[in-house]
Design a binder for this molecule. Structure first.
Ligand SMILES: N[C@@H](CCC(=O)N[C@@H](CS)C(=O)NCC(=O)O)C(=O)O
Length: 205
């Protein structure tokens, strides 16, 4: 049985939950109390010395980092559906895993940390500038396609989705990006999709 250590307000944990739900893979949810600093205590640090969720355990195997876990779960399926086997196609998908950890983190993820969690050491101006950049890029990219790559949902979409969809919690308005909004709704309509805290209420406005 897979064990996923995470927190319900963590968008990085949400990425992994989402893929597991879409795959229909059963797992045990282990809540890490981030507000009480459980992720900085020795038992959790033994799993991930970075002190961050998510962490996935499968027997003696322990993986951290949402993108790495998405890669593992999709590759482990072995059918090429969520992660293509062809190296060129695979690289196209991996590019978006990088974007999730780069531009999306620097933009909407940090804006949400600033507004939703009061991390005032971050520059909100920088996060807003990065958000405009990546949302503009995504909106253009999605103007003539349904999914980020390969004309089907892949882990590229899963990695980018939560923090883009949660942008409103960081004070970022998604209405100027209709193609992004349509893509969010397509993901929410996938069979197996389960609501993510803070996200579905916001989008139903
Ligand atoms: N690169 C990691 C970042 C994970 C991350 O930042 N997790 C946050 C929750 S969404 C966390 O645990 N923050 C606590 C901390 O960094 O101290 C990933 O993509 O999973």
């Amino acid at each position: 049985m897979l064990r996923l250590h995470g927190h319900e307000l963590s968008g990085n944990s949400a990425k992994v939950r989402l893929l597991l739900d879409l795959l229909g893979v059963p797992y045990e949810w282990v809540r890490v109390d981030l507000m009480k600093g459980e992720h900085k205590q020795p038992p959790f640090l033994a799993l991930n010395p970075f002190g961050q969720v998510p962490v996935l355990e499968e027997g003696a195997s322990v993986l951290s980092d949402a993108q790495a876990i998405l890669y593992y779960l999709a590759a482990r399926q072995g059918d090429g559906q969520w992660l293509p086997v062809d190296p060129y196609e695979q690289a196209k998908v991996v590019r978006w895993l990088s974007t999730a950890a780069g531009e999306v983190r620097q933009g909407p993820e940090n804006a949400r940390l600033f507004h939703r969690f009061g991390v005032k050491s971050l520059s909100i101006e920088h996060a807003q500038e990065k958000s405009s950049f990546i949302l503009g890029q995504l909106d253009r990219h999605l103007s003539d396609r349904q999914w980020l790559e390969l004309e089907r949902p892949t882990i590229a979409d899963i990695a980018v989705f939560p923090y883009i969809a949660l942008a409103g919690e960081g004070g970022i308005d998604l209405t100027p990006y209709p193609n992004v909004l349509a893509w969010i709704r397509r993901i929410q309509a996938l069979p197996g999709y389960a609501p993510i805290a803070g996200l579905d209420a916001e989008l139903s406005l």
